[in-house]
Design a protein around this ligand. Structure first.
Ligand SMILES: NC(=O)c1ccc[n+]([C@@H]2O[C@H](COP(=O)([O-])OP(=O)(O)OC[C@H]3O[C@@H](n4cnc5c(N)ncnc54)[C@H](O)[C@@H]3O)[C@@H](O)[C@H]2O)c1
Length: 272
């Protein structure tokens, strides 16, 4: 993708999917501002990029003043903001009876209010600059239920609707807004949350990932790099007629046939 001349802000860029989106954007010609909660981690990440291609801004996406600071840091670094990637997020489990109300609020504030605050701060700059592209990282969990994860799934479902609402309201100002819904991606987030199943499944971490992906069409989790191409495309002018789109990068999770999966677990085999 050609991102030459583009200036992008990526939240949660210190690790995981956000860090490889930053790598990809820079490789495709953009200059980026990466943000996260830990300045030392951001500095370390920034040190791996060519000088002049990156700046950093530490802060919490759920705080209004931090969101404004992140956008201002991007504009003072690059003179404008063409692309906003709302990638920062947290995932904690707990069914409705079990989930602590404070944790529920934290999930909503990080995964839904955070993107709202960043968009609120960035859109006026984009409009002044003649347009922009917003890329929100939701999840397959915003479209399909995830066992025991109502807070995460609800926050991501809200983010999908918020993305489309922004597409509707700001399309006339050439601000595009699209949402990417990854399926399972192998990062610190999933290693932490799924690692807890090692004891229950009586296996190691590799075994847990194997069991969980055994009914997916591609039979595996994604590498974080496999989410970056779609983001670079949405950031580029090649996607100039796309807004309000919900893009699944899920290894086929959305097409899993529940009855077929049950039969497969019982040993029934079809196909070649
Ligand atoms: N890994 C997956 O399987 C998967 C699947 C679907 C969607 N996603 C989404 O992709 C995004 C990135 O996930 P990841 O797997 O790379 O996770 P990760 O935990 O490796 O990275 C998340 C990043 O967000 C940052 N962050 C969290 N809360 C923040 C806050 N309040 N303010 C600022 N930064 C904050 C963290 O510091 C971290 O850098 C998340 O939104 C996640 O929900 C991940």
């Amino acid at each position: 993708m050609d991102l030459n001349g583009k200036v992008a802000l990526i939240t949660g860029g210190g690790q995981g999917i956000g860090s490889v989106i930053a790598q990809r954007f820079i490789a495709d010609g953009a200059r980026v501002c990466i943000t996260g909660r830990n300045q030392a981690k951001l500095d370390k990440m920034a040190g791996t990029f060519p000088p002049g291609s990156v700046t950093t801004c530490a802060g919490d996406v759920s705080k209004s003043e931090d969101a404004v600071r992140m956008v201002e840091a991007t504009v003072s670094f690059g003179g404008k903001i063409d692309v906003l990637v709302n990638n920062a997020g947290i995932d904690e489990g707990g069914s409705v009876v079990k989930v602590d109300p404070e944790l529920w609020r934290k999930m909503m504030e990080t995964n839904l209010t955070g993107p709202f605050l960043l968009m609120k701060a960035a859109i006026p700059h984009m409009i002044r600059n003649g347009g922009g592209s917003i890329i929100n990282i939701a999840s397959i969990g915003g479209l399909r239920c995830l066992t025991g994860m109502p807070a995460y799934a609800s926050s991501k479902a809200g983010l999908i609707m918020l993305t489309q609402q922004v597409a509707l309201d700001y399309g006339p100002y050439k601000v595009r807004s699209n949402v990417v819904c990854p399926g399972g991606v192998r990062t610190a987030m999933t290693e932490h949350s799924l690692g807890r199943l090692k004891g229950t499944l009586n296996t190691d971490l590799e075994g847990v990932f194997k069991v969980i992906s055994s009914n997916l069409p591609l039979r595996r989790f994604a590498a974080p790099e496999e989410i970056t191409g779609i983001c670079s495309y949405l950031a580029s002018d090649d996607s100039s007629f796309m807004t309000g789109s919900v893009l699944l990068v899920d290894g086929g999770a959305a097409v899993v046939d529940v009855a077929g999966a049950s039969l497969a677990s019982a040993g029934v085999k079809w196909g070649v």
